[in-house]
Design a protein around this ligand. Sequence first.
Ligand code: HAM
Length: 428
Amino acid sequence: MSKTIQGIRGMNDALPIATKDAPLPSTAWLYFDGVVRDWLAAYGYNQIRTPIVESTALFVRGVGEHTDIVEKEMYAFEDSLNGEQLVLRPEGTAGCVRACIEHGLLYNQTQRLWYTGPMFRHERPQKGRYRQFHQVGVEAFGFETPDADAEMIVMLADLWQRLGLTDLALELNTLGDAAERAAHREALIAYLEQHADILDEDGKRRLYTNPLRVLDTKNPALQVMAEGAPKLADFLGEASRAHFDGVKAYLDSVGITYSINHRLVRGLDYYNRTVFEWTTTKLGAQATVAAGGRYDGLVEQLGGKPCPGVGFAIGIERLILLLEAEGVAMPADAPDAYLVHQGEAADRAAFALARQLRAAGLKVVLHAGGGSFKSQFKKADASGARFAVVIGDAEVEARTANLKRLVGEGGGEQITVPLAELAARIRA
Ligand code: HAM
């Protein structure tokens, strides 16, 4: 036997049932998908689907040349046929903006869009952090007032409620506008230069390229120094402050609590004004389940006419881990009936009957591969179906089937039903 080929590190399979190596079962994904569809529809968002492969330049320009994502985490490659520089998308916002510009969706109109799919970052894999992970993202274009920022946050609070999640806290910050950030940046660099001797390697590297990120350090020795650094809040002008107050007022008005975190700067460069993260205490270091903010300059930066944007993305793996950590019941999509049959005539009749029942809107698994009634019933039980429909040659003759309830009240009961009434009986 030849050696088996393994999946790629940090890229996971989702199986029908959770295993040690594949802990996030597809049933949980489907449950989450279903809730998310209804939730997005409730807010009037429309889906956009963009390719997984984009040009490298999109993220260098969009996410930022000096971000971790672009500097060290992108799956970048050259198209061997035409030499194009390509990447597997590390996030969804830049591609969404690119598509909107390319197809004229932002011209004199507003858009409320959502997307879902795999994203790729070459990070060190651990629980809640993968190299292929999945997001549901939402982007709204053409809205410059704080009600749009607040809607993003409220939407997520609503989703947590729909999913039955409680262990999520909101952190909020404002990054001001470009001029305010430039003034702050200058003061910050001056401050960091005074402390250059204690900066770690990451800090030194970022001092002039991305000094804000130096404040986001996980290094305890630097956190004290970061505490004393000039605060962006002190550089905000009237308009930025009013915008942030507006966002907070909307949140207060519907009773959403938050904490202001001045150190929240996010790992992508396109943000201005509002940024936020929803975090949990249940997932260890990978605590951020959803994150986003405003990005009023991105459309123009990617070659479009100026158009404000605001959005967020949910990390689906982390969300599912949290559903499990909080013990949320996720009903599986079980079949209505498992069709058990034996005998040549019954075999044919069951084959046709399964199609009829499905056409009548039922979810039906037709037993395949023969075997005794006993072994077929075992499979019926394992399938989670509510009923077993049993057909032997006698039933074919009588144009009936035996209907046996497998789960719930009255489990084990068996009745004989005319074929013409079968679908209605199962549904009832
Ligand atoms: P992000 O903070 O980079 O933002 O990612 C959003 C979420 O994706 C994170 O909060 C986390 O839940 C999940 N995530 C990120 N990296 C990984 C990973 N390696 N493994 C598992 N989950 C991960 C963005 O991507 C922005 N595009 C969000 C946005 C949309 N801002 C405005 N619009």
